[in-house]
Design a protein around this ligand. Structure first.
Ligand SMILES: Nc1ncnc2c1ncn2[C@@H]1O[C@H](COP(=O)(O)OP(=O)(O)O)[C@@H](O)[C@H]1O
Ligand SMILES: O=P(O)(O)OC[C@H]1O[C@](O)(COP(=O)(O)O)[C@@H](O)[C@@H]1O
Length: 457
């Protein structure tokens, strides 16, 4: 089998571990392994720019290596020795012997090419948001390019958008092949050999916004980064008795903001799935923060997810929250936008282990797949690597966005993993002064006052 892997959408820590794992696992199963550079954009462009520039369809063959190493069958050895370990890594795209990768987006790789990739941040094969792949013409070109290289199977590592794209591509594949055949862009034999596209998805996104998996690749690292940032901010906030409004990523999903609230001890959080119930929400936030200040808290941390909204779907922005805290409560307030520091950098251990295990399973899923089996998304549930139908996971993820758009926030939260609601309740119980149904406000405050020290809630 010839398997190609691409990374798409927003990059995330752990994507390189996926590529490394898929390439190595594939080679050891006797597959020929390829990477597609720059996500779907590379698939759409293929290798025709290279052909135009050099007049050659493929780069000259790589210098042959000795074909015997004790313990390795020659078939594996050939794949192991295919790469030179450098050509994808250096930004110039320099290929062995001065040949260039420029204009070549679909590239065969070997064991050496991905060595040591588990600890590298971002994605070394590049990613993109491709407008062209959203069009039928773009996807036709993508199909043509895959068939030209003889690729049978595709591994896509990306967020919900990328996996939606994968699902669209898979569903359209038979028509695309037929169109290419009827336009004589491919032969009947090619059309027959590529009648089915085997596809598998792995979820690479810091947002942890995909349904039917407990964790997405890159989310744990991003959460660690946010926690470190909160720890750093806590000390300076405490010194000055200031308030800080932290904006964290998450366009449609509040997982990062919520878990950062739990792990970092925020006073108030704003997430898209569960806006403040009271309107105007400014009153609710100010009351909560005033309560905390009243019992002696010197600092205030408010976390705002990038996509936070109120119950009328109006965006809640960090700068506005700052104004409210300054004007209504007189707090000396600063805004910190963590931005792309959350996305880049070295993956934490879990973002090396999980993608490695998922990559191995992705190859197994492709090798076991038949025209009758669905395309799978490899996820993780209760610490076990899982396979779920890609289409179902995509649909369920879309259902959350729909529920939010319809202001059905209970449904939106219920469609997230059970852990989401538990975390929300955990946040309420530990980061805010207990309110009903736990304890009436006065009792809760009294309880805290009677303890020998002031409790930092
Ligand atoms: N409905 C779709 N049809 C075809 N391609 C899509 C679709 N949605 C997303 N894609 C492709 O996936 C890419 C990445 O999606 P995006 O939502 O930007 O990131 P992410 O995968 O991180 O959520 C898009 O730029 C586009 O090429
Ligand atoms: O800077 P970019 O690439 O435009 O992306 C910003 C977005 O990417 C993310 O980090 C990840 O989102 P995706 O998983 O959809 O790519 C979002 O949290 C953020 O809104």
């Amino acid at each position: 089998m010839k398997i190609a892997i691409l990374t798409s959408g927003g990059d995330s820590a752990g994507m390189n571990a996926v590529v490394r794992s898929v390439v190595k696992a594939g080679i050891l199963k006797g597959c020929e392994m390829w990477v597609v550079r720059e996500g779907y954009e590379g698939l759409v462009r293929g290798n025709s720019e290279y052909l135009k520039a050099t007049g050659s369809e493929t780069p000259p063959a790589i210098k042959s290596e000795p074909d015997t190493v004790p313990g390795y069958p020659p078939s594996i050895l050939n794949s192991l020795r295919f790469g030179d370990g450098k050509r994808l890594r250096d930004g110039t795209g320099d290929y062995t012997g001065g040949r260039t990768l420029k204009g070549r987006y679909i590239v065969r790789v070997g064991w050496d090419d991905v060595r040591g990739w588990f600890s590298e941040g971002g994605t070394l094969i590049g990613t993109a948001r491709s407008a062209a792949f959203r069009t039928p013409e773009g996807r036709l070109s993508a199909a043509h390019n895959l068939i030209k290289e003889g690729i049978d199977a595709l591994v896509v590592c990306g967020g919900d958008g990328s996996l939606t794209g994968a699902d669209v591509f898979r569903a359209e594949w038979p028509q695309l092949v037929e169109q290419l055949r009827s336009q004589s862009q491919i032969t009947d034999a090619q059309a027959q050999a590529h009648a089915h596209l085997k596809i598998v998805g792995l979820v690479g996104s810091i947002d942890n916004d995909m349904a039917m998996t407990d964790m997405t690749i890159g989310a744990p690292t991003a959460l660690h980064r946010i926690c470190e940032a909160i720890d750093n901010i806590n000390s300076t906030a405490s010194s000055h008795s200031r308030a800080f409004v932290l904006e964290v990523m998450g366009r449609h999903c509040g997982w990062l903001a919520l878990l950062a609230g739990v792990a970092g001890g925020a006073d108030f959080i704003f997430i898209p799935e569960r806006p403040p119930k009271e309107m105007p929400w400014e009153d609710e936030m100010c009351a909560a923060i005033q309560d905390h200040r009243r019992i002696g808290k010197r600092k205030t941390i408010v976390i705002v997810a990038e996509g936070a909204i109120d119950s009328e779907l109006n965006p809640i922005k960090a700068e506005y929250v700052k104004e409210v805290l300054s004007e209504r409560l007189g707090l000396d307030t600063r805004v910190t936008t963590l931005g792309h520091t959350q996305r880049g950098g070295r993956p934490c251990a879990f973002d090396r282990i999980m993608p490695t295990l998922q990559g191995v399973d992705a190859v197994a899923a492709l090798l076991e797949s038949t025209p009758e089996t669905p395309s799978y998304m490899i996820g993780i549930r209760e610490n076990k690597i899982t396979r779920v139908p890609l289409m179902e996971a995509v649909e369920m993820t879309r259902a959350v966005a729909k529920a939010v758009a319809e202001k059905d926030f209970e449904k939106a939260v219920s469609l997230r993993d059970p852990e989401f609601l538990e975390s929300f309740e955990g946040f309420i119980s530990t980061a805010t002064l207990a309110k009903e149904p736990y304890l009436p406000k006065e009792q809760a405050s009294a309880l805290i006052y009677t303890s020998s020290c002031l409790v930092s809630v």
